[in-house]
Design a protein around this ligand. Structure first.
Ligand code: HEC
Length: 289
């Protein structure tokens, strides 16, 4: 018994010493905090009330069509979407003929032809949204060294970590929209740098960028830049919401189906549980206790 007490005591002493050592190590770090790398992003993304959030979420087709317009007229000048075929646009409510006409606005490389030469031709619905640059190096060279990322999966690829305890709540609130929240905050988050902050040449200050305080993308949107024909406000905020929704759809076109199936599975499991319980009762009622 004495031995047990002694070992518990010695453990406590070791833990105590460890704690002191840790505190001493941590103390000087606190002094250097100003020069240390800050935690990025400087600002957490704002949470938006998306129509596709929650277990019964749905895409708003009108919003996706507006988002496509913003992507086509603004973002596609720099960003490709090379996992998304044009024919997928029929899911947004466009007819086959409309998709064909839309695709024909783009040029893609094809070949080789009978002479072994590559050639360009008008895109058809089975082609994918092409890159405006011939290769990643050309894209980087045109954008101050940072190639604009492909947008096919961007809304899924950029999920800012929520940390404890937020991620525990997220399990219950079914929060899965940090990608579009991030993109919306980034697009609306350009601001003047704080006094004394040196913005490198060709960079732009944005506290929502996940990897630094500046990024190579200039503020892409301004009010009244894209004309909407459904009366929606032509503001940076609305454009950003629409294009973020569109990018979420591009990343996860079957989101609605997934949520419906998930709900049916839960209902099935509930009924199944009741059945199993009744079966168990009926079997054990015949057994002597
Ligand atoms: C003039 C070219 C240009 C245009 C137009 C443009 N972007 Fe970008 N974008 C870039 C570049 C360059 C980067 C890479 C920035 C970096 O890594 O520093 C980028 C990066 C991004 C990122 C990723 C940031 C990250 O977390 O890595 C998002 C999201 C984005 N752009 C969204 C958009 C949207 C939405 C539009 C259209 C409204 C758009 N961009 C229009 C050049 C552009």
């Amino acid at each position: 018994m004495n031995k047990l007490v002694a070992s518990i005591l010695s453990l406590a002493v070791v833990a105590g010493l460890g704690g002191v050592a840790f505190a001493q190590e941590a103390a000087p770090a606190a002094h250097h905090e100003e020069s240390a790398t800050p935690h990025y992003p400087l600002k957490e993304p704002k949470e938006i009330d998306w129509t596709f959030a929650g277990p019964f979420g749905n895409y708003d087709k009108g919003q996706l069509q507006r988002g496509l317009k913003v992507y086509t007229e603004v973002c596609s000048a720099c960003h490709s979407m090379n996992l998304v075929p044009f024919r997928m646009l029929s899911e947004l409510g466009y007819s086959d003929a409309q998709v064909k006409t839309f695709a024909a606005n783009y040029e893609v490389q094809d070949g080789p032809d009978a002479n072994g030469e590559m050639f360009t031709r008008k895109a058809v619905p089975s082609d994918h949204f092409p890159s405006p640059y011939p290769n990643a190096e050309a894209a980087a060279a045109a954008n101050n060294g940072a190639a604009p990322p492909d947008m096919s999966l961007l809304a899924k690829a950029r999920e800012v970590e929520r940390g404890f305890p937020q991620f525990v709540f997220d399990i219950f609130t079914q929060y899965q929209e940090s990608g579009p929240d991030y993109i919306h905050s980034l697009l609306t988050g350009y601001e003047e740098p704080p006094a004394g902050f040196q913005v490198p040449a060709g960079a732009h200050y944005n506290p929502y960028f996940h990897a630094a305080a500046v990024l190579a993308m200039p503020k892409p949107l301004s009010d009244d830049q894209v004309t909407y024909d459904d009366g929606s406000p032509q503001t940076v905020d609305q454009y950003s919401k629409d294009v973020s929704s569109f990018l979420m759809w591009a990343s996860e076109p079957h989101l609605e189906e997934r949520k419906r199936t998930g709900f049916m599975v839960m209902i099935f499991l509930l009924i199944f549980t009741v059945l199993i319980y009744l079966t168990k009762r009926s079997i054990y009622s015949r057994t002597d206790h």
